[in-house]
Design a binder for this molecule. Structure first.
Ligand code: AMP
Length: 138
């Protein structure tokens, strides 16, 4: 899908309204329309990429500097006990909008949201095998 057809590009240009919480030369942050908790914020780079893994290094640096700054602000403002900083890359990981974005989710003790529910254990030898494969790619 071309950049201009994505929902978040339209939010960036103002074609679709959003509740802006922060903007600078490189990033734009706004409230998620369906918050996990009040204050759930999305941060997007102004430079388009389809997924985080396709973004260039400079864009990622600006994005994550901004994300941590905004996350501190969200935590203070909502009096959250903790924060999840998340990205979904590709549909199998839950990505619905194909314009890179980072979720900042305020979390509260006992709020009941669970993640990594299906976590498993390694079978014998699997750790070494996958470590070898990952190292080869880096
Ligand atoms: P993801 O599944 O990581 O692609 O997340 C997409 C997020 O965009 C979801 O959490 C949606 O609630 C959020 N979303 C969808 N439409 C809008 C919108 N118009 N304004 C703000 N957030 C939106």
């Amino acid at each position: 899908m071309p950049e201009e057809n994505t929902l978040f590009h339209k939010i960036l240009t103002g074609e679709i309204p959003s509740d802006k919480v922060y903007e600078d030369e490189h990033i734009y942050a706004f409230l998620d329309i369906n918050p996990v908790n009040i204050g759930h914020t999305l941060v997007i780079p102004k430079k388009f990429s389809r997924t985080l893994l396709e973004a260039d290094e400079e864009t990622i640096a600006h994005l994550f500097n901004g994300v941590t700054k905004i996350a501190r602000g969200v935590k203070e403002a909502t009096k959250a006990d903790g924060i999840n900083i998340m990205n979904n890359s590709e549909a199998s990981a839950g990505q619905e909008i194909f314009y890179t974005h980072i979720h900042i989710v305020p979390r509260f003790d006992g709020d009941g949201f669970t993640h990594w529910k299906g976590a498993r254990k390694y079978n014998s030898g699997e750790e070494q095998e996958v470590v070898k494969k990952i190292k080869k790619e880096l």
